[in-house]
Design a protein around this ligand. Structure first.
Ligand code: SAH
Ligand code: SF4
Ligand code: F3S
Length: 478
């Protein structure tokens, strides 16, 4: 009893969220989370396969475990997440230091697997599931700032974008029970959290069918609208993503709500309408485009073209003129020509993204692209195109930040600024970082407070604000 576990997360927010589920399962098995690998009896690396480089980083980290094991002979090392799923038993072959390999749908079996590991054997479970959502598991919040938290609303992905390994590592798409999502969000409020990010690989295809006692309790699925034009979401038989957003917004009016990731082919006006209707849903959408060229998008199997994407952007601007938009871009995908690349640049110019994650294409085993198309853009050209995309996006981000100058924004304070102990940092609804002085009118500002701040300066990557008043619990919207 009283064993210590250290969990390190790589890759996307989904892994951060999964690590909290793992910590919860292990807590019942007598494990307490610790903050360093050196203090632990069990080290778990929750890994990512999205690009070759991501896997390389983890492989280096696994090698470092040899030193730790040399110092602590009882130490056990486990690999979780997407690399565990992709590489399976091969991981045990390649890295002798690894005792345990567990895929993203098999975390409930960790206690049994660890028992086996305890007897000196190796243990593997990489079975994927069509049902597992860890719905009722109450996550143990790790590395938390006590202000913002993630809640997973669905798992897996059915999209099969040609470049992407996720459908192979995470399996089929499934949605989590909406009632367990809202109750987890309510619990966050009770625990003092001020912001939640709802997570899924493609949140727009969230779909959950109410069954049994819940359905009988809420009549026959007819929609009703109250005096304020709000839908009675409890009366729905099927809950889609727009409904879920509304349910959370109504259930937790003091909680800021964000979500990630939207898919351009599935993002509906219904979602935009709900976003615009509720002040506590943040005006920020991450809408990965990947490429500005319709031909490339078709080869990527993304299910939309340039025109469709730009129409979705226009719709966002129509519903919410002040909404921030960010994206993901891949340069040098199979067959990408100079003209395709110029189209990506022109799309960045046209949309004017607030922020972007930009990557060189990295071929992943088993994917449609790996099977069907040669990885034919030379590495140096991929790199040069990436640099051009990054340089242009830098200008666009700066323009967007500069456009906020003089405006008053509600800023949720998250922590102490990295650069100065006399300043705190937080975010506005658009998700840009705003730095404010630590003291306002003799009040010590603290993480979790909401302040109204006049945006006085814009520097690359952040804004500086002058605090006008402390709004705190009263207002969470813009
Ligand atoms: N579900 C999200 C993306 C998850 S992966 C969506 O559909 O938008 C996050 C980002 O990694 C992707 O948007 C893509 O830009 C990038 N990515 C995925 N596979 C990649 C690959 N093989 N090479 C380079 N970048 C990749
Ligand atoms: Fe990958 Fe596409 Fe699914 Fe996103 S939507 S996780 S890019 S397959
Ligand atoms: Fe990586 Fe798996 Fe997330 S591949 S990006 S950790 S879903």
């Amino acid at each position: 009893m009283n064993k210590r576990v250290y969990i390190e997360s790589y890759g996307c927010q989904m892994n951060v969220s999964d690590s909290e589920v793992v910590a919860s399962i292990l807590a019942k098995d007598g494990y307490t989370p610790v903050k360093t690998a050196e203090e632990a009896d069990l080290v778990l690396l929750n890994t990512c396969s999205i690009r070759e480089k991501a896997e390389y980083t983890v492989m280096q980290r696994i090698n470092e475990m040899n030193n730790l094991k040399a110092r602590n002979r009882d130490l056990k090392v486990g690999v979780l997440g997407c690399m565990a799923e992709r590489m399976r038993e091969d991981l045990l072959e390649k890295k002798k230091v690894v005792d345990l390999v567990v895929g993203p749908d098999a975390y409930r079996t960790l206690p049994e697997l660890l028992e086996k590991v305890g007897t000196g054997q190796k243990a593997v479970n990489v079975i994927l599931s069509r049902e597992e959502t860890y719905g009722e598991i109450e996550p143990v919040r790790l590395d938390t700032n006590g202000v913002t938290a993630f809640v997973t609303i669905m798992r897996g992905c059915d999209n099969m974008c040609a470049f992407c390994v996720v459908p192979f590592t995470r399996g089929r798409e499934r949605s989590r029970d909406a009632v367990s999502i809202t109750s987890e969000c309510r619990q966050l409020v009770r625990d003092g959290y001020k912001e939640v990010t709802l997570l899924g690989q493609n949140v727009d295809s969230y779909k959950w069918h109410q069954t049994g006692s819940i359905t009988t309790a809420v009549a026959n699925g007819t929609r009703s609208v109250d005096a304020k034009g709000r839908h009675n979401v409890n009366a729905l038989a099927t809950v889609d993503f727009a409904d879920l957003l509304e349910m959370v917004a109504l259930a937790c009016p003091t909680l800021r709500i964000r979500y990630s990731t939207s898919h351009p082919k599935d993002m509906t006006d219904k979602v935009l309408a709900v976003m615009s209707r509720y002040g506590n849903i943040c005006k920020y959408i991450h809408l990965p485009v990947q490429s500005g060229s319709s031909e490339v998008l078709q080869r990527m199997n993304r299910g939309y073209d340039r025109e469709w994407y730009l129409e979705r952007i226009a719709s966002i601007r129509q519903y919410m003129p002040d909404c921030a938009i960010s994206t993901d871009i891949i340069t040098g995908f199979c067959g990408e020509t100079e003209e395709d690349h110029r189209q990506t640049l022109s799309l960045i110019e046209e949309v004017g993204y607030d922020m972007a994650f930009m990557f060189k294409y990295s071929e992943r085993p088993k994917t449609l692209a790996a099977r069907k198309y040669p990885d034919d853009v030379p590495e140096d050209i991929k790199g040069r195109r990436l640099q051009e995309v990054i340089d242009l996006q830098k200008c666009k981000s700066a323009e967007r930040l500069a456009s906020y100058l003089g405006q008053a924004h509600a800023v949720l304070i998250e922590g102490v600024s990295k650069r100065s102990a006399e300043h705190l940092y937080g975010r506005n609804t658009q998700n840009s970082v705003v730095i404010v002085p630590r003291v306002h009118n003799d009040i010590d500002l603290r993480p979790g407070m909401v302040v109204h701040a006049r945006i006085a300066h814009a520097s690359p990557g952040s804004l500086q604000g002058a605090v006008l008043e402390v709004l705190n619990e009263k207002v969470v919207g813009p």
